[in-house]
Design a protein around this ligand. Sequence first.
Ligand SMILES: NC(=O)c1ccc[n+]([C@@H]2O[C@H](COP(=O)([O-])OP(=O)(O)OC[C@H]3O[C@@H](n4cnc5c(N)ncnc54)[C@H](O)[C@@H]3O)[C@@H](O)[C@H]2O)c1
Length: 240
Amino acid sequence: MDFTGKVALVTGASQGIGLSAARMFASRGASLAIIDINSEGLIAAADAINHDFGTQAAYFLCDVSDEASVQSTVRKILLKFGKIDILVNNAGIYRDEAKFFEDTESMQWKRKIDVNILGTLYFTHAVLKGMIENGYGRIINIGSVAGVYGIRGMVDYSMTKGAIIAFTRALAKEVTEKGVLVNCVSPGNIQVGIDLPDLSFMNRSGTPNECAEVICFLASDKASYVAGQNYLVDGCRKKM
Ligand SMILES: NC(=O)c1ccc[n+]([C@@H]2O[C@H](COP(=O)([O-])OP(=O)(O)OC[C@H]3O[C@@H](n4cnc5c(N)ncnc54)[C@H](O)[C@@H]3O)[C@@H](O)[C@H]2O)c1
């Protein structure tokens, strides 16, 4: 898989799945724009990528839920690189304490809607016209098994990820003919902390790199006949 000459934008790239995807794009020759709300992590990620792969990783501090900031970030990236070929909408929040819906507050759902749903829409909207003009684009949204099956204790989160999967399917029907291929990757339990072996028939959590491989495949020309799909990376999910 070779991304030489391609410009990839990855949101939420300071850590976890986003960082693994960014590193994988860089290791395969892409120029990179990485985005995060955490400035310290972002600078460290860019420094490490540039050091390890000798590529051009530019970082942009941006809250994906702030539309004006997303638009100005995309303008800056276009000024620097001239185009955006690949967008990975990875930034997302899910780490609050599991609670039944009746015990949650609207503030919590609204923040998840802002980041997980609107953040994805803002970035997609900001890059889409350019991709259509170029007749080329790859958009990979990050969903979740929660959006497919629904997870109790994570009702609001499950709802946001279900929305991302539906957004992917509908948008693909508008832009595939224009050369922009939109797909979704829905991770199961990916180990960014503790291993949870009971959730999959592989009896282990997945790794961020195992997710990044599927993201990179869908961003590559190897996946040239794939659009509007949701790829589950969950080791064959056992229970919710
Ligand atoms: N890890 C899993 O098991 C798992 C499972 C299913 C889905 N996912 C999804 O995969 C994606 C990445 O998950 P992860 O485990 O690597 O998460 P993570 O929490 O380790 O990393 C998320 C990154 O996004 C950044 N971020 C959060 N809010 C932001 C905002 N408003 N603007 C910009 N950046 C922001 C964070 O600073 C962080 O660097 C998320 O969308 C998540 O919902 C993860």
